[in-house]
Design a protein. Sequence first.
Length: 229
Amino acid sequence: EGRIVFDNVRFHYDQNRPILKGIDFEVPAGKSVAIVGPSGAGKSTISRLLFRFYDVSGGAVRIDDQDVRDVTQESVRSAIGMVPQDTVLFNDTIAYNIRYGRPDATDEEVKEAARMAQIHDFIERLPDGYQSEVGERGLKLSGGEKQRVAIARTILKAPPILILDEATSALDTHTEREIQTALDQVSKNRTTLVIAHRLSTVVNADQIIVLEAGEIAERGTHAQLMAKG
Ligand code: ADP
Ligand code: ADP
């Protein structure tokens, strides 16, 4: 479950400027693909089409052989989890932030997801910048900790498809190492689309697509692309 197909996808935000110019790729269920390329290449646009924030201008996006235009936006979005680089937290407890997306989850399930993402120590606290009714100040979370809140949320939601956005801002290498285990755990056996700037950060993806100006310039495994130089 969660097989993604982009079939000759073309897209433009404005009539005159094509952004994606015939994108073809397939991600088998449970496998991962990394979309790598410079800023402006169209990487985020690919994830927005998958989410159905926009519809394609030509071609089709399919999930499990179903054109995403033939299912409701809600069901498309509920099938996809997103771990952005910069996680913005709501003005409520970390536990609330983890539960967001699956309000029916039990306290035990929330705790278990927090434990897997290694943030269980402070789930009853508010995030930084907020203050509780009794005056307790919010907890200052590092970028990596915020990202682990998003990871815990995704573990709890357990969607078949996961988007990891590593392109929006660079985490320092220490933080990257810190969250790698949690990321590996959440992407395991789940169809995963990684958005990244650099080839060096997506060594473990099953397939890498190099996007340039809305076209696929190269594709292959990390080893194959490294051998080409
Ligand atoms: P990337 O994620 O690779 O940096 P994007 O998919 O965000 O690239 O953007 C691809 C191109 O589409 C860029 O030229 C960008 O300026 C343009 N673009 C992105 N979003 C919009 C929008 N909402 N309206 C018009 N153009 C947009
Ligand atoms: P940008 O900062 O490049 O303009 P956006 O803020 O539109 O991009 O979105 C950043 C990423 O987060 C995109 O890849 C988009 O698919 C995803 N995204 C945006 N809004 C939501 C949302 N409400 N739920 C889940 N993912 C979202």
